[in-house]
Write a protein that binds this ligand. Structure first.
Ligand code: FAD
Ligand code: DLZ
Ligand code: SF4
Length: 509
C-alpha cells in the first residue's frame, strides 16, 4: 500500500509526526503552494515569500535524504490551487491509497481536513502535532473546573512538567517571575544589537520574483528580504540571539524606539511557527545560557515564559474555545479599520512607526502590536473581525491559532477577560514613557483636547466612559474609574466631545 504524507507550509520540521514512519518505496511526501492558502487573507508579500522559499528548501532537504517528494509550485500549469484538489490529483496520478497528515493550525482548514477521508475516498490519518509542549487534550484537562484561567498558573505547571529552570520542586532563583526587574523604558540613544542576514540563493530569488508578479497588490515590500529559510539558517538566528541579544531581553522587553524595530527581541516566531525551530530546543538553549552564566535569570526566565507559557497557552485557548471564539465581541466594537493600518500614513508617529515596521519587515514586536496598533483599535472600538484579519495578514508569524487569541482576546478584550484580566487600554502617557515616538509626533502626549492633543488621550477616557457598565466592576480598573468620576463634568464633556470628533474622522488622524 502506498501513502501520501502531507506537509503544510507551517510544518517544516523533520520530526513532524506525519513523517515519522516514511517507507522508502511506498511513501510520497506531498507539498503544494496553492492560491487557496496564499489568499484566504491577503498575506504580506514577505510572509508568502518566506514560506514558499522555506517550503522549497525543506522539500530539497528531504529529497537529499532519499525521500520521494512531490512538490507543486504555484505556477505549475497543472496546479489546481487548493490542498484538497492537489491531494486528489496526487492520489489519482500515483495510485496511492491512503493519506497521512499532522493536525493543522487553523480551524477553517481543520474543518476541511475532517471531510477529506470521505471526499477523497481513502483513509486520512490526522496525527497529533507533538512539536507543541502541551497537547490540546492536556490543556482541556488543565482548564477543566477552573473558574478563572490565568497564564501564570499554566506556565508554572509547564515548568514543573518539562523541568525547566527548576531546582527540585522550586523555581530556580526562588521566584517564578522576574518581571519586577524587566520592562524598563528605553534609555536615551538605546539601540538593539546588530542582526545577522542571510544570503539569497537561487530558490529564494525565484520565489521573490514569483511573489512580486502574483501578489503585487498584497501589503508590504520584498526589498531587503532577510528571513532565514532553512533549518540551518534559523539555527544561526537562534544562536545569534542567545549569544548576543538574550542578556538584554528582559530589560527592554517593553521598550519602543524609532528606527529600531527589533531592539532585544528574538525574531524567531516565524521560524518556530513554521517548524524550522522546535520550541523545546529553543527553551533548552536559553536555559543553558543561564546555567553557563551567559545571560541573567530575569532575561532567560522572561524569554522562556513567552514560549513555554504564552505560546502554549494561546494555542490551548484557541482549540478549546473555537469555533465560537472568533465571533466574540464583548465590547460590541463595530467600527471599520482605518486605511492607515495598511498604508502607515498617519500623523500619529507611534502608529506610523509600528505600521511602517510591519510594511517593511512583516514584523513588529510585541509591545508595538499590543500597546500601539492593538491599543488604538481597542480605544477606537474597531470591529475585532477586521482587526484580526489585519494581524493575520501582515505578520510573517501569523496563523489563526496564535493570532486570534492574542488579538481578539489580549489586545481587544473581545473575549470579556478570558485572556487578559483587564483591557490593555492606555493613553498617550504610556507610549510616551515606553518609547521615543512622541518627541517627533505631530501630536502632544500631554494634551487631551484641542487640535494638537494626542488622540490616544481622549480616546482612552471615552473608552472607559462608554464601557462603564461592562468594565467598572473590574477591580484592576477601580483607580481609573475613580479618577474619571472625580473629573470636573465640564472637562469630561469636553473630552468626550473631542473623542467623538476623532472617531467621526479617524481617517484624518
Ligand atoms: P520575542 O519577544 O522575542 O518572544 C519570544 C517568543 O515567545 C516569540 O518568538 C514567540 O514564539 C513567543 N511569544 C511571545 N509572546 C507570545 C504570545 N503572546 N503568544 C504566543 N507566543 C508568544 N505571535 C505569533 O507568533 N503570531 C501571531 O500571529 C501573533 N499575533 C499577535 C497579535 C497581537 C495583537 C499581539 C499583542 C501579539 C501577537 N503575537 C503573535 C505575540 C508576539 O507579539 C509575537 O510572538 C512576537 O512579537 C514575535 O516576535 P519575537 O519572535 O521577536 O518575540
Ligand atoms: C500561510 C501559507 C501560505 C501563504 N501558503 C501556503 C501554501 O501555499 N501551502 C501550504 O501548504 N501552506 C501555506 N501556508 C500555511 C497554511 O496556511 C497553514 O498550514 C494553515 O493555515 C494551517 O496552519
Ligand atoms: Fe502616539 Fe500620541 Fe505619542 Fe503621537 S503623541 S506618538 S499619537 S502616543
Amino acid at each position: 500500500m502506498s501513502r501520501i504524507h502531507l506537509v503544510l507550509g507551517d510544518q517544516l520540521s523533520p520530526s513532524l509526526s506525519a513523517l515519522s514512519d516514511l517507507e522508502p518505496d511506498t511513501s510520497l511526501v506531498l507539498m503544494a503552494e496553492v492560491m487557496s492558502e496564499a489568499t484566504y487573507v491577503k498575506h504580506h508579500k514577505k510572509k508568502i515569500a518566506f514560506l514558499f522559499s522555506a517550503m522549497r528548501h525543506f522539500a530539497q532537504a528531504l529529497e537529499k535524504k532519499g525521500i520521494r517528494v512531490r512538490y507543486v509550485t504555484l505556477d505549475d500549469p497543472k496546479n489546481t490551487q487548493s490542498l484538497e484538489n492537489e491531494l486528489a490529483r496526487a492520489l489519482r496520478e500515483t495510485g496511492a491509497t491512503a493519506v497521512v497528515a499532522t493536525e493543522c493550525g487553523e480551524w477553517r482548514l481543520a474543518e476541511e481536513m475532517r471531510t477529506w477521508s470521505e471526499r477523497l475516498g481513502v483513509p486520512v490519518e490526522i496525527r497529533t502535532d507533538d512539536r507543541f509542549l502541551c497537547s490540546i487534550d492536556d490543556f482541556r484537562a488543565w482548564r477543566k473546573g477552573r473558574k478563572q484561567l490565568r497564564m501564570e498558573y499554566f506556565y508554572r505547571d509547564m515548568r514543573r512538567r518539562h523541568r525547566v529552570l527548576m531546582e527540585g520542586d522550586d523555581p530556580v532563583g526562588g521566584k517564578w517571575n522576574f518581571d519586577a526587574e524587566n520592562r524598563k523604558p528605553p534609555a536615551s540613544g538605546l539601540k538593539g544589537p546588530k542582526r545577522i542576514s542571510h544570503r539569497k540563493d537561487e530558490i529564494t530569488k525565484s520565489v521573490l520574483s514569483l511573489v512580486e508578479a502574483r501578489f503585487a497588490e498584497h501589503m508590504g515590500t520584498l526589498e531587503s528580504f532577510h528571513f532565514a529559510v532553512t533549518e540551518a539558517q534559523a539555527e544561526r538566528e537562534l544562536a545569534h540571539f542567545i549569544d548576543e541579544v538574550l542578556p538584554g531581553f528582559g530589560d527592554y522587553q517593553d521598550a519602543m524606539v524609532e528606527g529600531e524595530p527589533y531592539l532585544y527581541h528574538s525574531l524567531i516566531s516565524a521560524y518556530v511557527n513554521a517548524g524550522l525551530l522546535l520550541p523545546l530546543d529553543v527553551i533548552r538553549r536559553a536555559e543553558a545560557a543561564w546555567y553557563e552564566g551567559r545571560a541573567p535569570l530575569n532575561a532567560v526566565e522572561g524569554f522562556i515564559r513567552q514560549i513555554l507559557g504564552w505560546r502554549e497557552y494561546v494555542r490551548g485557548i484557541y482549540w478549546t474555545e473555537m469555533p465560537g471564539y472568533a465571533d466574540r465581541n464583548h465590547l460590541k466594537a463595530e467600527r471599520g479599520l482605518p486605511w492607515f493600518y495598511w498604508s502607515g500614513e498617519t500623523r500619529m508617529n507611534c502608529m506610523a512607526q509600528a505600521v511602517g515596521d510591519t510594511i517593511e519587515h512583516a514584523y513588529s514586536h510585541h509591545i508595538q502590536r499590543l500597546m500601539v496598533t492593538g491599543n488604538f483599535a481597542l480605544l477606537a472600538g474597531i470591529a475585532p473581525s477586521e482587526v484580526c484579519e489585519w494581524y493575520l495578514a501582515v505578520y510573517a508569524d501569523a496563523y489563526d491559532w496564535v493570532e486570534l487569541p492574542n488579538t481578539l482576546g489580549m489586545a481587544l478584550y473581545g473575549d470579556g477577560g478570558l485572556m487578559a484580566s483587564k483591557p490593555y487600554a492606555a493613553s498617550g502617557k504610556y507610549i510616551d514613557r515606553m518609547s521615543n515616538f512622541c518627541g517627533s509626533c505631530a501630536y502632544d502626549p500631554k494634551l487631551t483636547t484641542g487640535p494638537k492633543a494626542c488622540p490616544f488621550n481622549a480616546l482612552y477616557w471615552e473608552f472607559l466612559a462608554r464601557n462603564t457598565e461592562r468594565l467598572s466592576g473590574n477591580a484592576r480598573l477601580t483607580n481609573m474609574y475613580a479618577t474619571w468620576r472625580r473629573m470636573d463634568p465640564l472637562k469630561q464633556k469636553a473630552i468626550r466631545s473631542h473623542a467623538s470628533k476623532i472617531l467621526e474622522a479617524l481617517e484624518d488622524l
